[in-house]
Ligand binder design. Sequence first.
Ligand code: 13P
Length: 247
Amino acid sequence: MRPFIVANWKMHGLKADMNEVKAIDSAAAKFDHIDVGIGLPATLIHLAAQNAGHAQIGAQDCHQAQQGAHTGCLSAAMLSEAGASFSIVGHSERRADQAETSRLIAQKARSLQNASMGAILCIGEDLATRQSGTALDFVAGQLVESLALADDTSLSPERLTIAYEPIWAIGTGHVPELTDIAAMHSKLRSQLVSSFGPAGDAIRILYGGSVKASNAKDILALKNVNGALVGGASLKAESFVPIIAAA
Ligand code: 13P
């Protein structure tokens, strides 16, 4: 399976940062056995797509509807036309700040799939859930809920990527024990196979949460860890490219 290393720039980035996009794109050309993605603020997608030939340019959210009276929102077709080939959906920051539910996130992912775009669907537990010892079942349940569409159908396994991001590891410098990451990814793999059959084996499961050059190699070597979703360390090519190299 080709590793997928994805930058999530969150609410960072202006035109002046295009040099970072270009440097990341050059690394994507060099490490051509790896898929590299850059999840950008929507304002930069068009420009970045013009400047990148190797890295996939993506968004960080997408509305679930194709069009309509939704002030301030962007549809999958709009993001695609701007040059995005994927979007992150269901990041824990949006689940918290915008009160997004797993059901809504499934609809967003479906809307991306319908536009022939990739969806990187995020799940992960908070610290209290981790400390209570119920993280494996909680996150597997969140995955099931985030795959389910209202009409009793499920998302397609095509163009779907899962990102496991423990909330307590995001931006904190705390990373789970390697054995805990491996246990979670193995649980998620089993769940994907039970949801999709053999197609579940081909879905990439990324790890996210305080990934840096110094820990990337060990994390990416774990079974069922098929890439990384990187926040802070992805803003500069200097700190992101070594993570690509570690894969
Ligand atoms: P950090 O890499 O800054 O911990 O962020 C992870 C993340 O939220 C990526 O989506």
